[in-house]
Design a protein around this ligand. Sequence first.
Ligand SMILES: C[S@@+](CC[C@H](N)C(=O)[O-])C[C@H]1O[C@@H](n2cnc3c(N)ncnc32)[C@H](O)[C@@H]1O
Length: 272
Amino acid sequence: MPEASSPSGARDCRSRTATLRLIPATPAPVHFSAVLPSAVPRLVAPAIPAARRCPIATVARSVSTTTAQALQFAEAYVAEDLVLRTARSLATEVGLAAVTPGTGATLRLLAAAGSARAVVEIGTGTGVSGLWLLRGMRADGILTTIDVETEHQRIARRIFQEAGFASGRTRIITGRALDVLPRLADGVYDLIFVDSAVAEYSACVEAATRLLRPGGVLALHGALAAGRIGDPAARDVETVTVREVAKAIRESEDWIPALLPTGEGLLAAVKR
Ligand SMILES: C[S@@+](CC[C@H](N)C(=O)[O-])C[C@H]1O[C@@H](n2cnc3c(N)ncnc32)[C@H](O)[C@@H]1O
């Protein structure tokens, strides 16, 4: 079945360029005498030398020229081994876009930071993200991974085996996410990763609210909507859906979110 999130079934993984316009601080001198009693000597705040200006402003000035290179560096920072590279090339063969290495490393980090023992993945694919997750989870952890395509899961099963994970470490469930999620237990999962049909993201977030324990983490893939998320002129269904889901999470009392600009974008949120 083709991915509902993208007509081609593959995400656009080209590097993005960000246009960040921050105006460097050049403050006018402040005369404190305006607010202090007259007995206090007049003080004039010195102009801040360029070298001591806010580092963010300094970085922002060079961001347009270095962003693509820096993003490439970040993506390659944690290298993939042969098994992951194999899973990735099999994903390409079957027409799927797996998570990027930077996103995989972030998933592994989230799993490790939360000592995750029970993880749900929606969208197994050929096992790239699943393998990253398994490598961050506790040694006794179980990855429940859901996909509607048996062929993708057949490949993923082999990949997990090749990487040395016993079959008991994974629970591979074939089916549509919205049919499977209601069968999972409430409040026991440490991390839920969603990488399937964008049209179902809202329902997946709702399910995650029920399935995660307090302090558990939700991670939604594709949160930059192929780079269109910040473009007000982009009104296609997928972008609008991602925007709405991101807004709902940000405004909900249930979550503590951050939008991580790794790969295709990872919206991570901790359940209160
Ligand atoms: C982008 S791929 C997942 C890639 C995988 N997470 C990785 O990085 O290796 C999306 C997967 O979601 C599956 N999928 C699409 N719609 C689905 C649905 N409604 N329920 C479950 N799986 C679905 C597709 O079959 C596909 O394998």
